[in-house]
Every structure is written in structure tokens, then in C-alpha cells.
Ligand binder design. Structure first.
Ligand SMILES: Cc1ncc(C[n+]2csc(CCOP(=O)(O)OP(=O)(O)O)c2C)c(N)n1
Ligand code: SF4
Ligand SMILES: [Mg+2]
Length: 299
């Protein structure tokens, strides 16, 4: 079995780079956007763990939130809508010595990307997926997303949302994620701790971040969350207790839990995939193994 906890030196053929920090590109987000808190949380987490830029790849889809990889000095892949998880999986399988972080929005991850999200968690690929959940499509100027609340009047739902909102934490529990947390972009220090622990966790770590869109969502604002959020770790929650995690996941109203819902050890996809046992694929000799056997079958 491959040991995915072992970093593969070197992970690139280029020079070693400093620990991840801000890039020279400044965010174009609206002033006050929640996503500023999330990029700060990701940067803080990587700094705390001391991971250099050449050992990190941050992947995103499409949306305001998906611009995040541009703003940090790590490698980045700004992909297409809803495909964060498969790209992240592919990168992990090509070089499981890298720290791989997926980022994106609620529309990207839970709408068009929902199938990939579910199967990535089921496989327990060793990556960290951070969603900036503003309960709206921000980039396309304010349509309802899968997490928009019932009755929310948006550009695409002028009479209010009539579809039940999706619960990302409950979906992650049902799908087999092995680290499930919710953060708030109004508490960057707490968020950074959740992201850092998610990166250290061996397996699929999901961190859903309440990250208000100050321009198009006038309901789920910073004040809305400040009045409601409470920390699971201050409420005596045991993250190894899956039933308790379910009960907390169902809480959404006057009180909204943030923190670590659930964490469990389970072999990762990379641990189970024997092809990765000799080391990262990108350092293995190219060519088809066992080709004689295959040719014998056909010739
Ligand atoms: C295949 C495809 N369908 C639709 C779009 C249009 N589109 C771009 S971003 C987006 C939704 C963005 O919402 P979200 O993922 O929540 O990100 P946010 O902007 O809120 O951060 C949509 C529908 C697209 N780019 N590609
Ligand atoms: S539209 Fe909303 S999500 Fe997009 S940058 Fe502005 S505040 Fe952020
Ligand atoms: Mg969104």
C-alpha cells in the first residue's frame, strides 16, 4: 500500500520556493466580500503548517470565489464550472506528494459539481475542499444557488425559492467525507485552524465556509451569521460521534454551529491504490506495466 502521508521530495523539478503567501495579484472581489476572509484563512493555514509554494496546488472552478488561486503564491489551476474535485483528484493521483486544496462556490460545488463532490468524498481522496458558501450565484449577479434559503427572492426566483436548500454538511456526512467542518469568514483565526487541521487530516477534508456575498445576498449577511453562529468545540461536541454530528448538521435557524462536526480515520484512495505504492506516478518510469501479458491475450 502507498503511504500518502509521505511527502515525495522533490515535488517539482524547479527551485524550492518560500512558504505560501500573497501573490502580486490583488483580489477583484467587491469591498467587504466574505471571500477575503477565506483567502486569508487559507494563507494563514499554509503559513502555520510551513508548506512551501512549490508543494501546494490550489484548484478552483468558476465563480467569484473561484478566483482565489490567483491571489496566493502556490501553484494554481482555475478550471471549469463544477470540476474542482476531479481536477484535484487527478493532481493527487499524478503526484500524491503535493498538498492539494480545492476551492470554489456553493453553485460550483453543490450544483453543477454535486456528483463529483459526492464521489470524491466516497473515495476518500486525500485533499482539502474549501467552499465559499454565500447561498447565491455571485459572479452571474444574483441567481438562487442550491443553498439559497426557502422564500429567498433572487433574480432567478422573483417570487422566492420554492426548492428545499441542500445541506452541504449533511451531504458530506452521508457521502463518506472523513473530515467535515464549517467555518465563518467573519472569524478568520478559527477558519484557519479548521483549514490547517483539514490539510493535516489524511483523507477528504471538507470545510464549508459561511462567506457572505455583500452585493447580491441581503439576507445571509455578516450580521445574520454573527447573531447565530456558535462554536461546536465550546458546546461539548464530540467530532468522533457520527450520530451527534448528524444532529448538529441539522441545526440551522436561530443557532448555527461552526467548527469540526466529524473526523474519522479511514484508508485513503491513494493508500488503497497499488499503482501508487512505489511512489508518486510522476516519478515512476513511463510505460505500460505487464504489457507482455496483455499482448499475449490479444495476439
Ligand atoms: C457550464 C457552465 N454553466 C454555467 C456557467 C455560468 N456560471 C458561472 S459562475 C456560476 C455560478 C457561480 O456561483 P458560485 O459557484 O456560488 O460562486 P460565487 O460567484 O457565488 O462565488 C455560473 C452559473 C458557466 N460558467 N459554465
Ligand atoms: S458579487 Fe458577491 S461573491 Fe462576488 S465578489 Fe461581490 S460580494 Fe463577493
Ligand atoms: Mg455562491
Amino acid at each position: 500500500m502507498a503511504d500518502s502521508s509521505v511527502r515525495a521530495p522533490p515535488t517539482t523539478t524547479g527551485p524550492a520556493l518560500p512558504v505560501v503567501g500573497k501573490s502580486e495579484i490583488r483580489p477583484t472581489w467587491c469591498p467587504g466580500c466574505g471571500d477575503f476572509g477565506v483567502v486569508a484563512g487559507v494563507e494563514m493555514a499554509l503559513k502555520r503548517l510551513g508548506i512551501p509554494s512549490h508543494e501546494v496546488v490550489i484548484i478552483s472552478g468558476i465563480g467569484c470565489s473561484s478566483n482565489l488561486p490567483h491571489f496566493l503564491t502556490s501553484y494554481g489551476f482555475h478550471g471549469i464550472h463544477g470540476r474542482v474535485v476531479p481536477v484535484a483528484e487527478g493532481i493527487r493521483w499524478a503526484n500524491h506528494g503535493l498538498t492539494v486544496i480545492g476551492t470554489g462556490g456553493d453553485g460550483d460545488g453543490f450544483g453543477i459539481g454535486a456528483g463529483h463532490f459526492v464521489h470524491g468524498m466516497r473515495r476518500n481522496v486525500d485533499l482539502t475542499y474549501v467552499t465559499m458558501d454565500n447561498q447565491i450565484y455571485g459572479l452571474t449577479t444574483g441567481q438562487a444557488s442550491p443553498t439559497s434559503g426557502l422564500g429567498h427572492k433572487t433574480k432567478s426566483t422573483p417570487d422566492g425559492v420554492i426548492e428545499a436548500p441542500l445541506d452541504p454538511v449533511a451531504l458530506a456526512l452521508a457521502s463518506g467525507a472523513t473530515y467535515i467542518a464549517r467555518g465563518f469568514s467573519g472569524d478568520v483565526k478559527h477558519l484557519a485552524e479548521l483549514i490547517a487541521s483539514g490539510i493535516q487530516h489524511k483523507g477528504f477534508a471538507f470545510v464549508d465556509v459561511l462567506s457572505p456575498c455583500v452585493t447580491y445576498n441581503k439576507i445571509n449577511t455578516f450580521d445574520f451569521f454573527r447573531q447565530r453562529v456558535y462554536k461546536l468545540e465550546s458546546a461539548g461536541h464530540d467530532p468522533t460521534d457520527k450520530v451527534a454530528a448528524w444532529q448538529r448538521a441539522l441545526e440551522w435557524g436561530d443557532k448555527i454551529p461552526i467548527g469540526l462536526f466529524y473526523s474519522v480515520d479511514r484508508p485513503t484512495y491513494e493508500d488503497m491504490e497499488e499503482v501508487l505504492a512505489p511512489g508518486p506516478l510522476c516519478f515512476q518510469p513511463a510505460g505500460l506495466k505487464g504489457k507482455e501479458k496483455i499482448l499475449d491475450e490479444f495476439i
